[in-house]
Design a binder for this molecule. Structure first.
Ligand SMILES: C[S@@+](CC[C@H](N)C(=O)[O-])C[C@H]1O[C@@H](n2cnc3c(N)ncnc32)[C@H](O)[C@@H]1O
Length: 217
C-alpha cells in the first residue's frame, strides 16, 4: 500500500506536521511511498459507482491515479509542492492526467472554495489541527448521498507506538465518528488489521482506524 515505504524506518521523526516539515521530508528522498494505492481505499471503493472525488493529503498520487483509472474525476490536494510534482508525473505516466486536478495547497482552502464531492478521502493525512477537525472539515465537502472515507493509524498500531509523531496523530475511528450527526450520516467506524511485507521479506502488522460515512441523500 502506498502509505509505507520499505526504507521508512530510516526516516527520522517529524518535528511537526507543517508544510515546511512535509516539504523537507519529501525532498530528503526520491520517493516516499510505494506508488500503490492504499488498501482500505481499494476495499471500500471497488464496488462504488465513480463520480467526483476529493483526495486530501494525496502525497505522491497513488490513490488519485487509482481512482482516475477506475472512472473517477479527481481533485487531489497536498501541502507539499514536491509531492504534487511527483503525483502529477505519476498521473501523466499512467495516462490519467486529464482526469485529475492536482493542487498544492492546504485542504481547508480547497474545501472553502470548491466542491462538494461524491467521495472525500483522507488516507493518513494527520493534519496539525487533529483528526476531529479533519472529520468535521471534510464532512462539509461531501455531497448528499456521498461518502466520507477517513483512514489513519490506530493508537495501538505497532508502528505508531514506536514513533512519537505518529502516536500524536493516531486516533480511534469511534472517537472521531461522534463529530458526525447520526441524523445526517450513516456511520461505520472500525479498527482493521492488515499486514504488509518489508523489502527484506519481513511481515509487518498494521492497525488502521477506518471511518466510512455516507451522507443521507
Ligand atoms: C502520511 S502522508 C500520506 C500520503 C498519502 N495519502 C498516502 O497514503 O500515501 C500525509 C500527507 O498529507 C499531507 N498533508 C498534511 N496536512 C495537510 C493539509 N492540511 N492539507 C493538505 N495536505 C496535508 C502531507 O503533505 C503528506 O503528503
Amino acid at each position: 500500500m502506498s502509505h509505507h515505504h520499505p526504507e521508512h524506518q530510516a526516516t527520522p521523526p517529524m518535528k511537526d506536521f507543517s508544510r515546511e516539515s512535509w516539504e523537507e521530508r519529501y525532498r530528503s528522498r526520491d520517493a516516499m511511498w510505494s506508488g500503490r494505492p492504499n488498501a482500505q481505499l481499494v476495499t471500500e471503493l471497488e464496488t462504488v459507482e465513480p463520480a467526483h472525488a476529493l483526495d486530501v493529503g494525496c502525497g505522491e498520487g497513488a490513490d488519485a491515479v487509482w481512482l482516475a483509472q477506475n472512472g473517477w474525476q479527481v481533485t487531489a490536494v497536498d501541502l507539499s509542492a514536491t509531492a504534487i510534482e511527483r503525483a502529477t508525473a505519476h498521473a501523466t505516466a499512467a495516462g490519467v492526467d486529464a482526469h485529475i486536478e492536482f493542487t498544492d495547497a492546504d485542504l481547508d482552502q480547497v474545501i472553502a472554495n470548491r466542491g462538494p464531492w461524491n467521495l472525500v478521502s483522507s488516507q493518513y493525512t494527520h493534519p496539525e489541527q487533529g483528526s476531529r477537525w479533519l472529520v468535521s472539515t471534510l464532512a462539509e465537502a461531501v455531497a448528499p448521498g456521498g461518502m466520507l472515507l477517513i483512514v489513519g493509524h490506530h493508537p495501538t498500531d505497532p508502528h505508531a507506538a514506536e514513533h512519537p509523531d505518529l502516536q500524536r496523530a493516531a486516533f480511534s475511528a469511534e472517537d472521531v465518528a461522534d463529530v458526525l450527526s447520526r441524523d445526517a450520516w450513516e456511520v461505520s467506524a472500525t479498527l482493521r488489521e492488515r499486514t504488509s511485507y518489508e523489502a527484506d521479506g519481513r511481515e509487518r502488522l498494521w492497525r488502521d482506524s477506518v471511518l466510512v460515512a455516507r451522507r443521507h441523500g
